[in-house]
Write a protein that binds this ligand. Structure first.
Ligand code: NCD
Length: 308
């Protein structure tokens, strides 16, 4: 695998083989984390978060620290020169003078791509508006791989805000490269997947259906990917309030689901999964969050040219 010096902006930036080798390294790290404790000694990660984050930022920071590297960054744009009107291009040129790699989350679609064009260090997109979130997808895929062994011939339900949910856009795009994947898109009419994504699915002959009905879809699913309604991307609060509780997954609804269903969620959860579901062995979202750190360890090593 030679990912040294590359950026990760969109879910198809790495080939299937490159992605597989990241998973191999992540699984080696899971099996033997101590032996990686000095792997990135002397390297510095910058985390530039212009939008709120818990898991993505902490898992990247924890990943770097657990590899023996160090971290600088901000979690609030108000504490950076963005508050003075500095452009992304200038900020990233400056950060590249100090750090070896940067992870960026920004509310504007395309912002990570702009950063990558102006940076001489690897840039990782940790979410650009309602567009993509490729490292969440690595997390999701690693979790599916660990549980199911492969991505082929599975039926994946994605449920909730499919319009604004960047994790969904990246996951569907990435899974569509594997054969035999069936998608069931479950959402209110107003929160269906964006047209560009539907067109791509049609062009590639993907097997997918769109429905409102979670209960009816549930029994056929191998993976159910729940998402929250993305309040911050709505134009008005009334629409958000009307749509926010469109789906609430609870134990009675799960009665007809497969025994080996995987329930995933990128988190944060608001109301869409009842807390009672957490104790069900099919609820894997906190495991998924943990896998996020391991796959980000593998990613940081690969982009910084360290063999795993
Ligand atoms: C997601 C995001 O930021 O898009 N969170 C995450 O990174 N795990 C999902 C969300 O905010 O709903």
């Amino acid at each position: 695998m030679d990912l040294k010096g590359k950026h990760l902006i969109a879910p198809l930036d790495f080939t299937i083989q490159e992605t597989e080798s990241l998973f191999t390294v992540a699984q080696r790290i899971i099996a033997n984390p101590e032996s990686y404790s000095g792997a990135l000694k002397g390297k510095l990660l910058a985390t530039l978060f212009y939008e709120p984050s818990t898991r993505t930022r902490f898992s990247f920071e924890a990943a770097m620290l657990r590899l023996g590297g160090q971290v600088i960054g901000f979690s609030e744009p108000s504490s950076s020169s963005a508050a003075k009107g500095e452009s992304i291009a200038d900020t990233i040129r400056t950060v590249a003078c100090y750090a070896d790699i940067a992870v960026m989350r920004h509310p504007k679609e395309g912002s990570a791509l702009v950063a990558a064009r102006h940076a001489e260090i690897p840039i990782v997109n940790a979410g650009d508006g309602g567009h993509h979130h490729p490292t969440q997808t690595l997390t999701d895929l690693l979790t599916i791989k660990i549980e199911k062994g492969s991505f082929n011939n599975i039926t994946v339900g994605v449920c909730g805000d499919l319009k604004f949910g960047r994790t969904v856009h990246s996951l569907i795009t990435a899974l569509n490269r594997y054969s035999g994947v069936k998608f069931v898109m479950i959402s209110p009419q107003e929160l269906r997947i964006p047209d560009y994504l539907r067109e791509k699915l049609i062009q590639s002959n993907a097997d997918f259906e769109e429905t409102y009905d979670l209960k009816e879809a549930l029994p056929k699913l191998d993976v159910l990917y729940m998402t929250r309604v993305q309040r911050e991307r709505f134009f008005n609060e009334e629409d958000y309030i009307r749509l926010k509780d469109s789906y609430i997954l609870d134990l009675p609804k799960l009665r007809k689901a497969k025994k080996d269903l995987m329930i995933l969620h990128p988190l944060p959860r608001v109301n869409e999964i009842h807390a009672d579901v957490d104790a069900d062995p099919r609820a894997l979202y906190f495991k998924q969050a943990k896998n996020g750190m391991y796959v980000r360890m593998a990613l940081l090593m690969a982009l910084l040219g360290k063999e795993g």
